[in-house]
Design a protein around this ligand. Structure first.
Ligand code: THU
Length: 132
């Protein structure tokens, strides 16, 4: 699937966002190495901290389908500047090494490498966890 198609998929799933509190709708489309696409929208909760962002919903759908290797993710929102993924989502994208992150609004696309958005994501973590 090319980038235009992935962007379309992200706009499509954005329509399903459950965002009664923020009214801010986000869509994410995650392209796997095997060519499959996994989509997610934000899913809010009355207990605000339980909200799931679109990116993490997409990653969860992929992992639940047995897929863990990815090419890129597209994130869309109807914003004045392309949306910036939250820190938690950057960490989750880093967990699966999603190499390219494309941030999209109605007029613009910004392309980032994961390393640019979350430098040194996992350096040292659990290194020497046995305490030696
Ligand atoms: N949100 C996402 O789904 N992805 C982002 O990259 C940023 C924010 C959602 C979470 C919440 O439902 C709403 O947008 C406002 O923060």
């Amino acid at each position: 699937m090319n980038l235009d198609e992935l962007v379309e998929a992200a706009w499509g799933v954005r329509d399903r966002a459950y965002a009664p509190y923020s009214k801010f709708h986000v869509g994410a489309a995650l392209l796997a190495k095997d060519g499959r696409v996994f989509c997610g929208c934000n899913v809010e909760n009355l207990s605000f901290g339980l909200t799931n962002c679109a990116e993490r919903v997409a990653v969860g759908a992929a992992v639940a389908a047995g897929v863990r290797e990815f090419e890129r993710v597209v994130v869309v929102a109807d914003t004045t500047v392309p949306i910036s993924p939250c820190g938690a989502c950057r960490q989750v994208l880093a967990e699966f090494g999603v190499p390219e992150i494309v941030l999209v609004n109605r007029v613009e696309r910004l392309v980032f490498r994961l390393e640019e958005l979350l430098p040194r994501a996992s350096a040292g973590i659990l290194d020497s966890a046995d305490g030696k």
